[in-house]
Design a protein around this ligand. Structure first.
Ligand SMILES: [Zn+2]
Ligand SMILES: [Zn+2]
Length: 319
């Protein structure tokens, strides 16, 4: 079978590898679709450390299960979930599942036939968005700014549409993303290359937004968020900052304007299941986010395309 390796910074290659042998508790899944994540691209750029085999947003068909597995069988359509907490430690008891020390264990979640494998591959990032929006405790009248309209920012716009009657504003520097943001529920979008985002936000909302979600790892985006929230507002960090990134913040303003900084990392099974349900109920459009497809044998080209394209939203790898 083929696998896409990150061999060194900016060096991706597709190689033939043996099919893994199953140990107790293992399930072998044949990949049918895999999303390219922003964090895959950051790993390629050398910002998140070397990652071995790339691709963690995977859907597929169960090919084989080890003898002790009784709840899954070959032929079942599944989404791979690479993070499962123990549900027993103090972090888990506090609801901080994604901080659990045993978080990095794998599992599979059944994928209903109402979803395509490509939609299935987008369930994990969608679940991360669901967790983030929940952590932000969105109120019915909140005005929200989403900074960065990549696939996750565009998913958050849709989730916010279900959560607030207030204004939803998106900012990005790519025209295609701004247009899609409007189509998927943003009341207004701002091109951050053409306009000063905090200034524009004050024209629309007077005092600033109640919540700003930073859906990109770019530290500059935090400036936009910090300048755009109202007094007493909150900022949620969602996009993964590069490894060791630091940021200079005006803490006296943070203090006197009583701004809350939140972050949200990853997701758990309950949010994966909720993501599947929202797509089934047609309350979430993931199809419109898929812009490009590449075969696994062309993964090198696909990563380069996703890294540099000005039109790509979500790039999917297929067998
Ligand atoms: Zn991801
Ligand atoms: Zn735990």
């Amino acid at each position: 079978m083929l696998a896409c390796f990150l061999e060194a910074t900016k060096k991706v290659s597709v190689k033939d590898v043996p099919v893994p042998k199953l140990a107790a508790g293992d399930i072998l899944v044949r990949m049918e679709a895999s999303g390219i994540c922003g964090t895959d691209l950051e790993k390629i750029e050398g910002q998140l450390g070397l990652g071995g085999i790339l691709g963690h947003e995977v859907s597929g068909t169960v090919e084989k299960v080890s003898k002790d597995i009784t709840d899954h069988k070959p032929g079942e359509r599944v989404v791979a979930h690479h993070h499962v907490p123990c549900y027993q430690c103090p972090d888990c008891f506090n609801g901080n599942y994604t901080l659990c020390n045993e978080f990095k264990r794998g599992a599979v979640i059944p994928l209903s036939t109402e979803l395509s494998f490509e939609q299935g591959a987008m369930i994990e990032p969608t679940a991360c968005c669901i967790r983030a929006i929940r952590r932000a405790r969105v109120l019915e009248g909140d005005n929200v700014l989403v900074v960065g309209l990549g696939p996750t920012g565009l998913t958050q716009i849709q989730l916010l549409r279900n959560a607030t009657k207030g204004g939803i504003i998106g900012s990005d520097i790519v025209e295609a993303r701004l247009q899609l943001g409007k189509k998927l529920g943003a009341d207004e979008t701002i091109n951050a290359l053409a306009e000063d985002v905090p200034v524009h936000i004050r024209k629309i909302t007077r005092d600033g937004v109640d919540l700003a979600i930073v859906s990109t790892g770019n530290e500059k985006a935090l400036n936009q968020a910090f300048g755009s929230v109202r007094r007493g507002g909150r900022i949620l960090l969602f996009g993964a900052p590069s490894h060791g990134a630091s940021y200079q913040l005006n803490v006296s303003e943070l203090f006197s304007r009583q701004i809350t900084l939140l972050s949200s990392y990853s997701c758990v099974e309950a949010e994966m299941e909720e993501a599947i349900r929202l797509v089934e109920e047609k309350r979430l459009d993931l199809k419109s986010l898929i812009s490009d497809r590449f075969k696994l044998s062309e993964a090198e080209k696909a990563m380069e395309f996703a890294r540099t394209s000005k039109t790509a939203i979500k790039t999917i790898i297929v067998p």
